[in-house]
Design a protein around this ligand. Structure first.
Ligand code: HEC
Length: 145
């Protein structure tokens, strides 16, 4: 009995360590993908609106709602019609921004690889507190497939 539960604990510890490592990898991969966004966006301490709005505390933000950024009418009405940035809506948007929000002024073709979208979401989720990077704040688990 004792041997069995010790073995079970060992496996649980390995699984936990394994997933934490994968999460760190995902965030690191996302930081690289974010270079494509960085041409227009900033995130982290002191992030400012640039060509695109700053991206701290993005998750849960109503689309087009930062008071000091001049959004397209398309993005503002998307928010008025209920679009909120979540893992799910960002997945759809980043696949093809102009298909998801027609006439958005975000001129970006989209990320073709779902794993790049997963990674950039995990990365952006580390800035959900006060703009200070906190890898542990990212609790994103990509859907399988
Ligand atoms: C060429 C410049 C450009 C690039 C590159 C770009 N964006 Fe944008 N982004 C914008 C602009 C401009 C807007 C405002 C869109 C509007 O008002 O229609 C925007 C809006 C957004 C919004 C909506 C934010 C809000 O406050 O509602 C999100 C989310 C977003 N971008 C994510 C990204 C991510 C993630 C990437 C990289 C994968 C990226 N963008 C790449 C210019 C860009």
């Amino acid at each position: 009995m004792i041997r069995i539960s010790a073995a079970a604990l060992g496996i649980a510890a390995i699984l936990a360590a394994g997933s934490a490592y994968a999460q760190d990898d995902l965030v690191a991969a996302g930081e690289k993908v974010y270079k494509q966004c960085h041409a227009c966006h900033s995130v982290g301490e002191g992030a400012k609106n640039r060509v695109g709005p700053e991206q701290n505390n993005l998750f849960g933000r109503v689309a087009g709602s930062l008071p000091d950024f001049r959004y397209s009418d398309a993005m503002k009405s998307a928010g008025e019609n209920g679009l909120v940035w979540t893992e799910k809506s960002l997945h759809e948007y980043l696949k093809n921004p102009r298909a998801y929000v027609p006439k958005t002024k975000m001129i970006f073709a989209g990320l073709k690889k779902p794993e790049d979208i997963d990674a950039v979401i995990a990365y952006l989720k580390t800035f959900d507190t006060d703009g200070m990077p906190d890898p542990d704040a990212s609790t994103y688990t990509p859907p399988n497939g």
